[in-house]
Write a protein that binds this ligand. Structure first.
Ligand code: C5P
Length: 253
């Protein structure tokens, strides 16, 4: 195969030019980072699991009419997605207090919030993705008021979908982060869900035991991240229940 042009390499993924104009190949790496890349590791099989899980969530969203960039999975580590212009915001939805919200507001982790709360941070690694208000977003022109209405609506629909899917397999969706992409259809522009949705970007707790099944396992040294993600994949039927844990990097076909 001809060598593909690399467009961008991030902490957990690489983007290559896609086969058609307007498409991108998204490659999931095994690299895990936390605390703005202060903590790093290579976790065998993480990329394979996140590719599958993101496919599962994005496909479900597409099916219920929430537009996403996902087109199709290509192989174990790669998926074909629509090329988008990323809105420079991390959109975080929280159902229960945890992580930075718990720290910031002195709330015990796991406290149910009165309603889902949507927060925005400005996507800039050198600044540590600071929390920003809609005032900042409007004043600096990162998104228009119409964009913000659309982003809020997308975020809440993703939250309803993800909460329901997870609840169905005995998992509580504590919070998650999504990224939003802008696509142009002729003169018309619209916003769609982009990047990935996986246990790297969600907090997932077992409903019965409270066991963490997300990236906090890595951030807080709570055990095997691959086991946690495999458990999520098995419960969702994304991986056969009796399959052996992935312990070796998988060859790309
Ligand atoms: O760290 P914090 O508590 O603000 O994270 C909220 C949610 O957003 C968590 O599910 C976390 O995994 C996700 N997140 C992310 N990428 C970031 C920051 C947060 O996926 N850069």
């Amino acid at each position: 195969m001809a060598r593909r042009k690399k467009i961008y390499e991030g902490k957990a993924k690489i983007l290559y030019e896609g086969p058609e104009p307007g498409t991108i190949v998204q490659y999931f790496k095994d690299d895990a980072t936390a605390f703005n890349a202060e903590k790093k590791a290579v976790i065998d099989g993480k990329g394979v699991l996140n590719n599958r899980l993101s496919e599962y969530f994005m496909t479900g969203l597409n099916q219920i009419g929430v537009p996403t960039h996902f087109i199709k999975r290509l192989n174990m580590r790669e998926q074909l997605v629509r090329q988008v212009e990323i809105v420079p915001l991390e959109v975080i939805v929280r159902n229960y207090a945890a992580g930075t919200m718990s720290k910031r507001l002195g709330l015990e982790e796991g406290t149910q919030l009165p309603r889902p709360i949507v927060e925005y941070s400005y996507k800039d690694d050198s600044l540590g993705d600071p929390l920003v208000s809609e005032e900042h977003i409007a004043a600096f022109g990162w998104a228009s008021q119409q964009d913000m209405d659309d982003i809020l609506s997308l975020a809440l629909r993703v939250n309803d979908f993800m909460s329901g899917v997870m609840y169905g397999v005995g998992i509580k969706l504590i919070d998650f982060k999504i990224e939003i992409g802008r696509v142009y259809d002729g003169d018309f522009q619209r916003l769609i869900v982009a990047d990935e949705i996986s246990p790297d970007s969600c907090r997932l707790w077992d409903i019965e035991t409270g066991q963490k099944l997300d990236k906090d396992v890595f951030r807080r040294d709570l055990g095997s991240l691959t086991d946690a993600y495999t458990e999520v994949a098995k419960r969702l039927g994304v991986m056969p229940k009796n399959s052996t844990p992935i312990t070796k990097p998988t060859l790309i076909n």
